[in-house]
Ligand binder design. Sequence first.
Ligand code: ARG
Length: 581
Amino acid sequence: MLDAASVLGDRLTAAIHAAFDLEGVDPVLRPSQFADTQANAALALAKRVGSNPRAVAAAILEKLDIADVGEVEVSGPGFLNITVSPQWIAGQIATLVADERLGVPRQEPRTIPIDYSAPNVAKEMHVGHLRTTIVGDSLARTLEALGHRVIRQNHIGDWGTPFGMLIEHYLEVGADSAEADLLRTDPNAFYQAARVKFDNTEDGGAWARKARERVVLLQAKDPETIEIWKGMIAHSVEYFHAIYSALDVTLTDEDLAGESFYDPMLADVCQELIDKGLAVESDGALCVFPEGFTGRDGNPVPLIVRKSDGGFGYATTDMAAIRYRAQTLGADEILYVVGASQALHFRMLFATAEKAGWLSRPDGSTVTPVHVQIGSVLGEDGKILRTRSGAPVRLSALVQEAITAAGAAVAETRPDLPEAERAVIAQEVGVGAVKYADLSVAHDTDYVFDMERMLAFTGNTGPYLQYATARIRSIFRRAEVDPEQASAPVSITEPAERALAMALLGYGATVALVGDQQVPHRLAAYLFELAQAFTSFYDACPVLTAPDEVTRESRLTLTAATLRVLTAGLDLLGIRAPEQM
Ligand code: ARG
């Protein structure tokens, strides 16, 4: 990697090895007040090697070869203060500029199914699904960029007992009716209409009986019923995909692996759990009691594999899914980007899968499941975001509202642009604002949905970053230079040039961190800092009116690299960078 911390970290680890014959010791790099970075390893190592920290630091220093990078000195109780040289920075920038990956490493490829979005058929996609969709999509993009084989898994809720009532209703209204169309436009309304029929007792419960019979037919794969069910799912999927395309989310039809997909595997999963002695009868139901899960009453908490009525549920499906992902998809890692409220479910699921032996392979390698917990989106009252009438906020309405607001802002700032062009910008800025607001917060913390704040052109917002890229493009238009061609050597003299260059070199390490630890908010924070470093640079260092041609070209290179990194980073967040704003 190109950044100072990665390069110095490797050199220090090598020096520690040479000095003490210890492998892979963390050099403990920390920010320093007096240098670019300080290595604190000597303090931690002193005890281990039975010496004092200053002597340890001196021994490391003796073996440390960083003459090409910069200077190092021992300070205080045994810190190694390191300052990198302007020549080294310039050389690293040249490497970055010549690298189409901008310093993003190619990691040892792993197979990583990512379970995200996962809305439910005939239910509105709400802001909770918004977050799992946006965070999951960003992780998918990032892990792909790092060279992994990502398998998107949209685990939609398309199976289970409510489908008797939904199919029966769909059959009655007809596939081509306005009522059926609600699945595409207002799924909750469709669900409610089915529910009303189901709950109606005036017919002596005849309709509800029909609905229950329909469940049996569905589970028995009655061809006519499956046909109707498929039509219904297709309507609903159209609705999901309209939202994905509005949000610029990479999920497609091919990524659908809903609950129904696992139905044929459920009986076998049960049998395997029984055979392995993991599933036992309890009150007529078949349950697994993974170790270490006790309720408040002190009793073990069950994961229900088969209900007392013989039906399978959410947990059974997830057991089939984890087995399938590990064994059939060949996962090395499985990410579940799902609400934090389901944390217990996933802990129990992972514990069961482990016990069942699904997470280890004959060659000794293991599968790591991770629940990427998603926090809640709150209203200004600090409670789960709802409409004034108390209904869950509809995702489609929310996105539309953001686009409209962005449109109004663009009409004001750029009245000179043709209407059609403004509409494209409004779309990109509105969606970018919503996505960035979501991604800039750690995925497991709650945040307050504040449309006005997320659409602001200043502060840590999507539009601010988009604007930074548009502004850089306008610099190149004025310079009549193609930013793709700006690759002249850079020279680092001003502090603001140095700060910007150092920030640029950090891109690859940041992307790697985001993939390794599932933390897209770190990329958001990085991009924001980079945009700020650029602003300081642009204020302090004239580019187009630089004192001489060499300086001008050097600064144009830094400016072009900033544009490339910002655009690439925003792309990993799933946010477009408009050409002008
Ligand atoms: N459909 C579920 C919901 O809306 C989320 C499913 C998450 N994925 C899973 N494998 N359980 O809450």
